[in-house]
Structures are given as structure tokens and as C-alpha cells.
Design a protein around this ligand. Structure first.
Ligand code: ADP
Ligand code: MG
Length: 675
């Protein structure tokens, strides 16, 4: 702490609990609400439901024992009588409220049994010589053992001793129509009596807007600084040669959609720069990200560099491996498969091929970035379903090459404001259309008591040579239970459908066995696949047209959307049945309604954001990034956009201003940049 504010160690311990480490933190410890002790309301004028301060003389005081022990006083002014009631009270209070005392009582007025009353009002000694407060009294978030007046004392001391000069030039503030920083914090801690209190509480007051803007600007600046630093680093320039990629394009049974072409252009352009690309490729499930990634990989390979292609699960990684092998082998490129489940000997062989540069592309799970795997000439890292990986894992892979380019893919669509806020250090490409010829998926919500109907639908689909998934979700957060449910369901369904071949995959299964079942399902030999949520990401079997999800009420929206995306991949009309069990919680009901009414992943994500806030949507990434304290990316989307634009302008035209602003807001947040 600043030497000019002396804080006893016992208080500092409490402050630390509140996340207050510096005098500036005290300045930013803003009130939750305010109490108005600037005026006295006549008892006659008290309005039920409104908080006010009354003053008068105690004319009666008694301890009542029915219905329960309580202290009841009567406060009288020249307009009427107010009852003050205390259920828990100390002898000292009784003394304070003795007959004849002049008292000021602050509380919510209400119609009581005897007349107007306040329950547990805040009481002070009153009288003519007691001056009224000049400003609203802030009420701060605090912690046990740190009373409001103590906290307030140190906050006021900080306001007087911390340097609060503006970080932004006056003409800029005028243009943005924002008040000065100093005025804003002073006002929020000491609002004048005539202020619009509602605007303060709703954080819509200009002073609040200034604080939120500063916070957003600091966030944008720090991420854009990070972005710029990366752009200063050197990476291999992977120019487009186009011989492999045009061969692949020719061999594909489809043409790229316009959206695929557009994002491919963006990626190709980045790869040809001498600076490391860090691009997030977003596209709803089934939008065709894999082929874009394959074409990006070819650009690296054409330049003599290696590619690492990583997926979060064995099933998905293997599926990618098989697909890439089909696409690339005709071009004379043979991918290497590396996963944790390989036998030690095979792993060593794979690692050697990677180290010696015998292979141009390695596909696998996070086993790819284990310390024992050394690439000879890594040029591009592709990470599928990147939100499934922790920040640490991605950083580890980046450390593998000199400075490889990075392409991260995600089918968890992130609303624009959220992307702008938390992915400001990345470039983002979006595939915003699905390949043609897909029939939309029909979603049905069916009560678990009507399971029989669902069996009939499975039978119909399988008889039409289509295939179906039956997904058992995580129950009670227990993997063992999920497993048991899946096994039980598998056994039941095997009995119900003796005429069909039923398969089972789950996370605890031997990898070879898992791969065998998936291959059989892909080949059409298994008609109905019972699965845990291991199939959530990426699995691509176009002939599957029915998805049944048990206990859909327990699943998150992103997960439901991902699972539903496993069907609707071919031309046949697809159906997703969400089985639910009553009673439904309010949140579950809201989620099921959203998934039922929407098919667009971005819309679902936007509504999810409204339902849950950004924390959960961001998953692993948030761990590395400080969350916003004051701004709300939904409500303050406009401020966010302004902050984004201004951040780039400042870094380009006024780096000293940018630096000063970062210094003020980020000085004690070294972790902020490490994502
Ligand atoms: P995701 O974006 O969810 O990873 P995939 O890359 O798995 O999607 O693609 C889904 C399916 O669509 C695959 O079977 C893929 O071969 C196919 N596909 C990709 N692009 C096109 C296209 N332009 N036209 C038709 N089918 C396509
Ligand atoms: Mg995919």
C-alpha cells in the first residue's frame, strides 16, 4: 500500500479478501448501493416500500413477548408516530432508544399492524445540532469484520492520495462524451444528494459509463498489445503454391461453399506473411471446417514444412486421421497417427518419423505435444475444437516449433461481442453458411414416460437403412454412473431391437475397441449406436439421421447443440429427440425451449450468454483472462465496440496514452496477457 495511507495489518488482511491490494484498488472499490441520509422525511410523508430517514423523539419503548420477543419503540415528530421494531436487540440499543431520546431512523417504511413502521432501522442520535450528510452514503461490498465506516475511511483516504489524473486527453473525452476519471470516481463514492439515484444503481450514469469504458479499453489495449507483439515475431512465410491444394479440390466430391472460400483466402493470406498467424476459425457444426484445415495444411506442406493437427478426443482425432489419409495419400502425403493409446513401440516409431521429417503431417490427440515429440520443421499447428483444450496445452504445442502458425477451430459459436472482448488477441474467421443440400433437423421434446414412441422412431429409421445415436449424458457428474447408464441402456436396446445391430461406445473403453465400433457404425454395420457424450465433438457419419438424447434437461445448450449436430449431415431428413424427465427446473425449461426453437448455433450461443453470463461459455479460456468487473458485454456492447476501435487507434497514434492507461488498469495484473 501507498505509504501515505497507513493501514493496520489486520485491516489489510480483510482488504486482501476483497481483492484490494493497492490504494488504486480502493478507489475502484465502488459502492453496491447508497443510503440517503441527506434529508429528513416527515413521518406523515413516509411512503410504504420506500427507504427514508425520519427524526423525532422516543415517546414509548417496551419489550413485547408475543408473537416473539422484540423491542418496540414509538418515534414521534410533529406530523405523526412511527413504530420501530427490533427482533434481535442488545441492552445498549434499548438504552439508545430510551424514552425522551432524539433519534434519526433510516429504513424502509411499511404499513404495520399499528400504523407506519420500520423493522430494524439504522438509528443515530438526532437533534438540531446534528448536521445532515451532504452526500448519499455509499454501501460497499465488504467482508465480515470490516464495517462500512472503516472501509469508507480508507477509500476516502485513497481518493485523496492516489494520483487520479486522466489517462485520456480532454478532446477525446469530449468526443466520446465521457466525464473525467477523477470526477467520475469522486462522484460514485460521494454522490451529491440531488443525483439520479436510479441511474447510479443501474450503472447507466455517465460516471459509471466512464469506469466501464476505461475497463473495456484496458482489456482491449492489453489484448491488442499482445496481438501486435506477436505480429512482430518472425514465422516461416508459407506462400501459396497451389499444386497440392488444387489437386485436392479437384478430387473432392463437392465444391467449397462461398463461406469456405472466403475463410480459406483469409488463412492463406496469413500463412504467406512472415509473422505467426493466430486465427480462430469459427463455424457451426457441419459447416465444413475440416476441409478448410486440410487445405491450409497443404499450403504449409507445399513449402516444405510440417503440420500438427490436434483434436481433443481419440475418436475425433482418429476420424480426422482417416479422412486426411483419404484426401492426402493420393497426393503422395502420408499422415502419421499419434495418440496416447498407441503402444509404446508404435509411439516411438511415430515420434521418430516426426522428428526426422519423414512425415509432413501428424494427426493426434494432445499426445502430440508431449515432451518426447520433437518436430523437425513445424510450420503450422491446427487445433480442432480448441475450446476443449486448456490454455496451457495450446501454449505447449506452440513451443514445439520455432514459431509456427496457428489455426484454431471451434464449433462452439461465440457471440460477436464475446469474441470481440475475449478473442481480441486473435484474428477470427467465420464460416457462416452450411453446405447446400442439407435438410434441416427437426427437434422434438418428448417426456421420458413416452419412451415407447421413441423406440418406434428408431425402428422406422433403421428399417429405412438409416442409422441412429442414443446418447446417455453425464448423470450427477459421475463418470462411473454415466458408464453404467450407457451399459444398461445398451442392454435394454439390444433386447428391444433383436433385428438390428446395436453398438456401444464410451470413454472407458479400450481404444482399439472404441475404434472398431466407430468403424462399424461408419460402415453401416452397426445400426444403433449407444454412446456417452464422447461422441459430442466432430463425429461425422452422414447416414445417421436420428439422435436420441436422454436426460436432455441435464445438459448445457452448447452440448445439446453439438450432439444434435451429429445428425443432419446427409440429405435425409433428420430428427433429434430430446427425452426429458420431470420436474424441470426453470433453467432446464429455458434451455430446452431455446434448443427447440433454434437451429443456428450463433443464436443459441447468444441466448446462452444471456442465460448464464460469459464465464461458462468461455470454458477453459477464461482461466487465463481476467473477467470484467464493471462492464457487461451484453449491455455495454456499444462501449465495447468504441473501446475496440480506440484501442487500435491509440496504439498506432498515441502509444504514450495507451501505455498510461494500461499502467493504471493493469499494473498489478501480470496474468492478464498469458492466454
Ligand atoms: P465441421 O465444421 O463440423 O467440422 P466437417 O468438416 O466435419 O464439419 O464437415 C461436415 C461434412 O460436410 C463432412 O462430411 C464434409 O465432408 C462435408 N462438407 C464439407 N464441405 C462441404 C461442401 N462445401 N459441400 C458439401 N459437403 C461438404
Ligand atoms: Mg469438426
Amino acid at each position: 500500500m501507498n505509504p501515505s495511507i497507513k493501514i493496520p495489518p489486520a485491516v489489510q488482511i480483510k482488504l486482501t479478501k476483497l481483492g484490494i491490494h493497492t490504494p488504486f484498488d480502493l478507489v475502484l472499490h465502488l459502492p453496491l448501493r447508497y443510503e440517503d441520509e441527506t434529508q429528513i422525511t416527515r413521518i406523515d410523508d413516509l411512503v410504504p416500500g420506500e427507504t427514508a430517514q425520519a427524526e423525532g423523539e422516543i415517546i414509548h419503548s417496551e419489550v413485547a413477548y408475543r408473537p416473539r420477543r422484540s423491542l418496540i419503540c414509538q418515534l414521534q415528530d410533529d406530523s405523526g408516530i412511527l413504530f420501530l421494531r427490533f427482533l434481535n436487540f442488545y441492552p445498549s440499543q434499548q438504552k439508545q432508544l430510551a424514552i425522551g431520546k432524539k433519534i434519526r431512523a433510516l429504513g424502509e417504511a411499511r404499513e404495520g399492524y399499528f400504523g407506519m413502521e420500520m423493522v430494524h432501522p439504522k438509528c443515530h442520535a438526532g437533534g438540531e445540532n446534528k448536521a445532515l450528510k451532504q452526500a448519499l452514503t455509499p454501501v460497499y461490498p465488504t467482508t465480515a469484520g470490516l464495517p462500512q465506516p472503516t472501509l469508507r475511511k480508507y477509500i476516502l483516504a485513497a481518493l485523496n492520495s492516489v494520483e487520479l489524473n486522466d489517462t485520456l486527453p480532454a478532446d477525446l473525452l469530449q468526443k466520446l462524451r465521457l466525464p473525467a476519471f477523477d470526477d467520475s470516481v469522486q462522484l460514485l463514492h460521494n454522490p451529491p444528494p440531488q443525483i439520479d439515484e436510479a441511474a447510479l444503481l443501474e450503472r447507466a450514469h455517465p460516471a459509471w459509463r466512464r469506469i466501464k469504458f476505461d475497463e473495456l479499453l484496458a482489456q482491449q489495449l492489453s489484448m491488442r498489445v499482445h496481438y501486435r507483439k506477436r505480429h512482430e515475431r518472425i514465422a516461416p512465410q508459407l506462400t501459396a503454391h497451389d499444386f497440392h491444394s488444387s489437386a485436392l479440390l479437384k478430387a473432392l466430391p463437392f465444391a467449397l461453399t462461398r463461406a469456405q472460400q472466403k475463410v480459406l483466402q483469409e488463412i492463406r493470406h496469413d500463412l504467406a506473411q512472415a509473422h505467426p498467424m493466430q486465427r480462430l476459425l469459427q463455424g457451426d457444426v457441419g459447416s465444413g471446417k475440416t476441409v478448410v484445415a486440410a487445405l491450409a495444411a497443404l499450403q504449409a506442406i507445399e513449402n516444405g514444412f510440417q503440420v500438427a493437427f490436434m483434436a481433443p478426443t481419440e475418436i475425433l482425432a482418429e476420424q480426422h486421421y482417416l479422412k486426411l489419409r483419404d484426401w492426402l495419400e493420393p497426393l503422395g502425403i502420408s499422415p502419421v497417427w499419434l495418440s496416447g493409446s498407441l503402444k509404446k513401440k508404435d509411439k516411438t516409431v511415430a515420434a521418430e518419423r516426426i522428428a526426422q521429417g519423414d512425415t509432413q503431417i501428424a494427426v493426434g490427440t494432445h499426445a502430440l505435444f508431449q515432451a518426447s515429440v520433437e518436430f523437425s520443421k513445424l510450420g503450422l499447428v491446427i487445433v480442432d475444437e480448441q475450446h476443449k483444450f486448456g490454455v496451457q496445452q495450446r501454449l505447449a504445442l506452440r513451443g514445439k516449433g520455432n514459431e509456427p502458425h496457428q489455426l484454431m477451430m471451434s464449433a462452439t459459436p461465440i457471440p460477436r461481442t464475446l469474441a470481440m472482448s475475449y478473442y481480441a488477441d486473435l484474428d477470427v474467421s467465420v464460416i457462416d453458411e452450411l453446405p447446400p443440400g442439407r435438410t434441416p433437423i427437426v427437434t422434438k421434446l418428448i417426456n421420458d414416460t413416452r419412451r415407447e414412441e421413441v423406440f418406434a422412431r428408431v425402428r422406422t429409421a433403421c428399417l429405412q437403412q438409416r442409422q441412429a445415436y442414443w446418447v446417455c449424458p453425464l448423470i450427477d457428474e459421475s463418470e462411473a454412473l454415466q458408464l453404467q447408464t450407457a451399459i444398461d441402456t445398451y442392454e435394454t436396446l439390444t433386447q428391444i431391437f433383436p433385428e438390428f445391430s446395436v453398438g456401444l461406445v464410451h470413454g472407458k473403453m479400450d481404444n482399439a475397441e472404441k475404434a472398431r465400433v466407430m468403424a462399424a457404425f461408419k460402415a453401416g454395420d452397426v445400426h444403433l449406436l449407444v454412446a456417452t457424450t464422447v461422441i459430442e465433438v466432430g463425429v461425422d457419419v452422414p447416414n445417421a439421421s436420428l439422435m436420441v438424447i436422454e436426460h436432455a434437461e441435464r445438459m448445457g445448450l452448447a452440448q445439446l447443440h453439438q450432439l444434435r449436430g451429429r445428425v443432419g449431415r446427409g440429405a435425409a431428413e433428420s430428427l433429434c429427440v430430446l427425452l426429458f424427465q420431470q420436474p424441470l427446473s426453470e433453467l432446464a425449461r429455458a434451455r430446452l425451449k431455446i434448443i427447440f426453437e433454434n437451429t443456428d448455433g450463433f443464436e443459441i450461443a447468444q441466448q446462452d450468454l444471456r442465460l448464464r453470463g460469459p464465464g461458462e461459455l468461455l470454458g477453459a479460456r477464461q482461466s487465463g483472462v481476467a473477467m470484467l468487473r464493471f462492464a457487461d458485454i451484453n449491455e455495454d456492447a456499444k462501449l465495447l465496440e468504441t473501446a475496440r476501435t480506440l484501442a487500435d487507434e491509440l496504439l498506432r497514434d498515441a502509444p504514450a496514452v495507451a501505455h498510461a492507461h494500461l499502467q493504471r488498469w493493469m499494473a498489478n495484473k501480470p496474468d492478464f496477457l498469458h492466454a
